[in-house]
Ligand binder design. Sequence first.
Ligand SMILES: [Zn+2]
Length: 533
Amino acid sequence: MLSCKLKINQIAVFHTDTKIIFSILPKQKRSSCPLCNKYGNRIHSHYVRSLADLPISGKLVQLQLRARKFFCRNKSCPRKIFTERFSQDILPYARRLCRSIDVLRSIGLEVGGNKGALISRIAGNPVSSSTILRLIQQLEIEGTTTTSGVIGVDDWAFKKGRNYGTIIVDLERKKVVDLLPDREADTLKQWLLKHPEIHTVSRDRASAYSKGTKEGTKEAIEVADRYHLHVNLRDAFKRVLHKHSTTLKAAFIAFSRPGNREPLLEEEKARSLPTPKCTSNSQRQMKFEKAKELHQQGYRIKTIAKMLQAGPRTIGKYIQHDEFPKRQAPVLQVTMTNFHEFREYLSKFYGKQDYPTLYKNIRDKGFNGKYTQFCSNMNQFIKPDSDNIFLPKLSPIKTWSTSKISFMVLQPEDRLKKTDQAFLKFLYNKAPEIKAAVEMAVQFKSLFKNKEEGPLESWLTRALQPESELRSFARGVKHDYSAINQVVISVISNGQVEGQVNKLKNIKRMMYGRANFPLLKKMVLHESMVHQK
Ligand SMILES: [Zn+2]
């Protein structure tokens, strides 16, 4: 009835509203000592052992086994008394039957501790999240011993900016092979030394992995990661745009206001426009870390600001913070007032009364803004030295961030919006040097299409010319030439590693911060084994 291999002498059943209790007297005559394996049959004492089982009709099930303690017959055995051992379904010291443990562990491996505890409660087998995590920790899951020989390596953040681990994926079997606790060259090297069958390693452009691969394998082919290559290319292009920011700003104005053709005016206006900022968090973080470092070396805030091309207040803020301050979402401000209703009145008295009096008068007539809003409205609409004091409102100047432009130029034209297309055409006309850089970047991107040997070489020759804008990027490519050439000629891609990293992040977050490295490793390897056969 209990469908476990326990031999039963007598059984009694009690039940309450929530619980069914089986009180059991086992049938086995004797039991063997766990140390010396000799059977003992002299009973020392009895005790009741409680074990949880799977629920029946939503009710908790508890087995109460009347277990015995035996004397060990072996005189030389260090254990004098031992407790009775039962069938394989009941492990020594366990508080629940194996099948119950298996169910809880499977739930935990799928959804983590907290969610697992919730589901187990719904299923009528309530346990705490810690119990589920403990059950997973008891499980032995190790990385795969042999691989197909083609692996992808990438890093993942345990805590972003603080500590990182490494994920190793079998690119042919599409499985996670192992997780490493850091992203050092030496750790990867040690791992690779245990896997001599590996002949191809796809990795991102981090030099640590390159070093680890070279030292850990004899002649493995290294393949750079296409995604990071594209990121580097875009960053390089952004730097080009920064270099030509004045031209770019002039282009924004000329594009938005086609009438304004005079170059002088454009240039003057351009100066008043904010410089297109490179606002990627990684760059700000880089500045943050650099500022901290320089400050520790004893540099003054003003000096650091000059060195890093940032405002002294920004640097001051960085130094005060222990952690990199994230940018907050801008607060929406409602600035609409009914200023336009008083234009006629203001044009009559403008110049005869000062601003506070004008403000007081129109406020009495029903103006709904504050004094500062009144002033900014006045400044916007009134030009003192012209006869007509109310100029028509100028059309706003449309701008594009450097990130956006670097994204746009690498897209096929038909995928862009009409305005974006038009602006790019306009920009290429205005700035041939930017156009040249775009052509260079597009050519680099198209290298990966045809899988031929040779085009990278000729691209490099062109890109390393002194007039080329992407020279520094090209130097980086040259430095890592063999790995990048592999991307051009082979079909191996690190794309699925990124996918596996996403999955890992998902599992990590599901664990609500309770996933230490060994636990996370078990969850990830289990996920990979079960779901990707
Ligand atoms: Zn013994």
